[in-house]
Write a protein that binds this ligand. Structure first.
Ligand code: SAM
Length: 526
């Protein structure tokens, strides 16, 4: 999380002993040394009070560090310590999902997650990774005072360089990866992100913040059966440079839940970011993750509930925060986007050339594809386009003409010369596809929908297998659906069509983008 604003890290929990304030970094170092059993000139009473406060569940050392170092001084390392109620809610979630033999806290700071995990998992090895030597000393002192030192170690290193030996059981990754913006990330680490992501077939943005690097490092270290729970600044949910984080969580890391903390909560008293908690189970087969918006800190614990969102949907959705909207009342149905992806139809660039007419030079019939080219064809079709419906043909030539028989090739060459004379190779669309003549119609969509009219959209089943141009959108099921299920979905969509919200133009013309169609709520059974 990023540092900024006032300089306190949250109130003491009830039952936690109050330790006297440490106001100088030198004293903090001395207290740590004493808690670790070393010689130190600091007053014994101060050390004993700190130890008592730590044993009763507080973190006087971390509080002192956050008070001594201003937010501006902590910002380069993204050092904002997590309030206890959040740490505890996150570790409590973990206790219900995994029995780790090892807990790893990337960027452990003063070690709050390790302290909580040490109490929750009495046999687990505790591994903190921390780049700041003073914070690492705090974590070691905390762990020692809490009686956890014999199964804990704090590795002073960049988390991206961590190597782990197999633990003989599940590892839990828990923590608050630092929020450091890309401007402060060294070029070699940006290259690291790009190369490691590319090795997984993923793209990485150079604008990604350090928490995205930590997610990738975690994906590199984690093994099937491991679990994790992180709290981070939330902007990666919706921005382009968060794509890698979304791809890792919806893919190999195996997101199981996401709790988006309402901005007004100011979950981090000394940070200015909206926070999100994401929990994952590596290699899990859950078809959906639960997403929830948390509007009050009193509702944070337990991390439970939320609306299920299919993993496939998460993988394709560029903005996740809207998916965390509160669940509707039972009976409100689900969003179409849970079931289907919606794609606008193909753009030809020159319909007067690519839609066959009497003027079109003869072409092999296999290259003339029945397609919906006018919205009125869908309105006229009623509830379904039957095979043999009167549709115009779109010329869909292969990109590679060598595979055509000689006579077909000759016909295509004559057609292309004719098309060139009509300027079909010059529009923007033609210039930006390769080769310019390959229109590439989309596969037949089992349900088609009009998206621009002075009436609600028409949802039409497509047993004819017609293709569609960009006067319609096609609905493509995310999972295979039977014809009966598709019929039922089309019925439900017609019932819901009146509630579609898109952009209204002069004269009541309603235009619906694919994403707006995906947000339609439908009531379907089964
Ligand atoms: C947001 S703080 C979280 C501290 C602690 N886990 C907590 O939640 O209270 C992030 C921590 O990561 C550390 N850090 C920053 N960059 C790091 C890196 N590249 N490798 C390891 N630790 C790093 C910072 O020093 C800081 O202590």
């Amino acid at each position: 999380m990023k540092a900024g604003g006032p300089r306190h890290t949250g109130a003491l929990r009830s039952g936690v002993e109050r330790a006297p304030a440490i106001t100088r970094e030198g004293d903090l170092v001395a207290v740590c040394r004493a808690l670790l059993g070393g010689r130190s000139a600091v007053q014994r009473e101060l050390v004993d009070d700190c130890a008592a406060a730590i044993r009763s569940g507080g973190d006087p050392l971390g509080d002192a560090l956050c008070a001594i170092r201003s937010p501006a001084a902590r910002r380069p390392l993204g050092a904002t310590y997590t309030p206890w109620p959040i740490v505890e809610a996150m570790i409590r979630w973990a206790t219900q999902r995994v029995d780790p033999v090892r807990v790893i806290d990337p960027g452990c700071g003063s070690g709050r997650f390790l302290l909580a995990a040490g109490r929750a998992f009495p046999r687990a090895e505790l591994v903190g990774v921390e780049i700041d030597p003073l914070a690492a000393a705090l974590a070691r002192a905390n762990l020692a005072a809490a009686g956890l030192a014999d199964r804990a170690r704090v590795v002073e290193r960049d988390y991206r360089e961590l190597a782990l030996v197999p633990a003989g059981g599940a590892s839990l990754f828990a923590g608050n990866p630092p929020y450091v913006r890309h401007h402060a990330i060294a070029p070699r680490w940006k290259a690291w992100l790009r190369e490691r992501a590319a090795a997984r077939g993923l793209a990485a943005s150079q604008l990604a913040g350090l928490h995205v690097h930590f997610l990738l490092a975690t994906a590199e270290l984690a093994r099937p059966g491991d679990a994790g729970i992180f709290i981070t600044a939330a902007e990666w949910l919706d921005v382009g440079y968060g794509r890698l984080a979304r791809a890792l969580l919806s893919g190999p890391l195996g997101l199981v839940r996401l709790d988006l903390l309402d901005p007004v909560l100011r979950a981090f008293p000394d940070a200015q970011a909206t926070a999100v908690i994401c929990a994952f189970e590596v290699g899990g087969e859950q078809p959906a993750a639960r997403l929830r918006r948390v509007r009050s800190l009193a509702r944070l614990d337990p991390l439970a509930g939320g609306r299920p969102v299919a993993r496939a949907r998460l993988a394709s959705e560029p903005r996740w925060s809207a998916l965390a909207a509160p669940p509707r009342k039972a009976g409100d149905g689900i969003e179409l986007g849970e079931l289907c992806r919606v794609h606008r139809g193909q753009v030809t660039g020159a319909n007067q050339v690519w839609i066959a007419s009497e003027e079109t030079p003869p072409l092999p019939p296999a290259l003339l594809i029945p397609a919906v080219t006018r919205a009125r064809e869908l309105f006229a079709a009623g509830i379904e386009l039957r095979p043999g419906a009167p549709l115009r043909r779109v010329i869909d030539l292969p990109g590679e003409l060598d595979g055509l028989a000689a006579s077909e090739r000759a016909a295509v060459e004559r057609f292309l010369a004719w098309a060139r004379r009509r300027g079909a190779d010059r529009p923007y669309v033609a210039r930006h596809r390769s080769p310019w003549w390959a229109v590439r119609l989309l596969p037949p969509a089992p349900i088609l929908v009009t998206y621009m009219a002075r009436r609600p959209p028409a949802f039409v089943r497509n047993p004819a297998g017609a293709r569609h141009l960009n006067i319609a959108h096609g609905l493509y099921p995310r999972q295979p659906m039977t014809p009966d299920a598709l019929d039922a979905l089309a019925v439900a969509l017609r019932a819901a069509a009146g509630s579609a919200t898109g952009r209204t133009y002069a004269g009541g013309l309603l235009k619906l983008e694919p994403r707006e169609i995906e947000r339609l709520r439908v009531r379907v059974s089964g």
